[in-house]
Design a protein around this ligand. Structure first.
Ligand SMILES: Cc1cc2nc3c(=O)[nH]c(=O)nc-3n(C[C@H](O)[C@H](O)[C@H](O)COP(=O)(O)O)c2cc1C
Length: 336
């Protein structure tokens, strides 16, 4: 196993994969070219789009980068819970809502095949872990396997199957990775998880609430090989973040909350009317709830209505600034 790709980083800043728009080849390449390590997010993209994004990133940087995959969960049969939630949602929004649940495996197997062909240096997984067969197929093509962990059990599982452990603390913006247990994956801080993970002798990347140069220095001193940063890059010039989300990150001064209300899976977002009204009703039905709310979220973004949008954000979002990815990488690594 060759983890030099992380050990040799000029700046130990990993750009988190951010599905749903923010991740772009331009953002990924800019972070790599600034001395950090970029990820592309494959979630919600077709396999062809993923191939095109990899090619585009390679045209923009000669540096190594990674790709993240969503591991599909099971299809849920609980249409009653979905319909009940649909009823609550219809009282808040006036967007058209689907009549029946949609499930998807996000074209997982086809994307694995794309990545086996593409031989990218690192492949990370979220919402589940790959089978040992999938991990080995990717390793045979030279990819390192990076696995997320939000609990001590998940740290142990990541160490057993992976080459790199990404600990994701409860401060993190967006979805909990929770590969083993969606219900209990939100309780440990980034520092607590890092302490659990450094015992295993594998490189550890620390993610969750990393917003300042002081945060970076503290985690590197505690043994992280690098830090993975999402929220701070949402307002980078190269990010594809929705305009209403971007404006909210730069202007709102509210708390963040954990909520299943947008997707059916626990995620951290800036509190708004939607989270206040719907968090208590939201069932654990990912991705069915994600598809249920998709049109309403699209409409809210188009209308500039941040009260009805999934404003994914980590606890440090108030540090967000309008800047280039290179400037953000430099700022975050300034105290090392
Ligand atoms: C908008 C957004 C989208 C995200 N999408 C993904 C994703 O597609 N795959 C993934 O593994 N993690 C995803 N994450 C989680 C990040 O990998 C990371 O754990 C998190 O951003 C770290 O916390 P921070 O946002 O406070 O920096 C996402 C986070 C955000 C904010």
């Amino acid at each position: 196993m060759n983890t030099d790709v992380l050990a040799n980083l000029a700046r130990p800043i990993v750009l988190a994969p951010m599905a749903g728009g923010p991740s772009t080849p331009e953002l990924c390449a800019a972070v790599c070219n600034a001395g950090g390590f970029g990820f592309l997010a494959s979630g919600y993209h077709s396999p062809d789009e993923l191939s095109a994004q990899i090619a585009r990133t390679r045209a923009l940087t000669s540096r190594p980068f990674g790709v993240n995959l969503f591991v599909p969960g099971k299809r849920h049969d609980d249409t009653d819970a979905w319909l009940q939630y649909r009823e609550h949602l219809s009282q808040l929004v006036d967007a058209p809502l689907p009549q029946s649940p949609t499930w998807s495996d996000d074209d997982y197997e086809k994307k694995v095949a794309v990545l086996v062909n593409a031989s990218v240096p690192v492949v990370s997984f979220t919402f589940g872990n790959p089978t040992p067969e999938v991990a080995d197929r990717l390793r045979e093509q030279g990819s390192l396997i990076a696995l997320n962990a939000t609990t001590s059990e998940e740290v142990a599982a990541a160490a057993e199957l992976g080459d790199v452990i990404i600990v994701q603390g409860k401060e993190a913006g967006g979805h909990r990775a929770s590969p083993l247990d969606e219900a209990h994956g939100a309780n440990y801080s980034t520092k607590e998880l890092l302490n659990m993970a450094t015992d295993y002798g594998l490189p550890v990347i620390a993610a969750g609430g990393v917003a300042t140069a002081q945060d970076v220095r503290a985690l590197i001193r505690l043994g992280a090989k690098a830090v993975q940063v999402g929220t701070r890059f949402l307002t980078a010039e190269e990010a594809g973040t929705k305009s209403t989300h971007r404006a909210a990150l730069l202007n709102l001064e509210r708390e963040t909350v954990l909520t299943r209300s947008f997707s059916g899976r626990t995620a951290r977002a800036i509190r708004n009317e939607w989270t206040d009204a719907l968090t208590k009703f939201s069932p654990s039905l990912y991705p069915e709830v994600h598809y249920l709310t998709a049109e309403a979220r699209k409409q809210a973004n188009a209308q500039g209505n941040f009260e009805h949008l999934n404003l994914w954000a980590g606890t440090g979002y108030r540090s967000c600034t309008q800047a280039s990815a290179e400037e953000i990488v430099q700022e975050l690594s300034a105290e090392l």
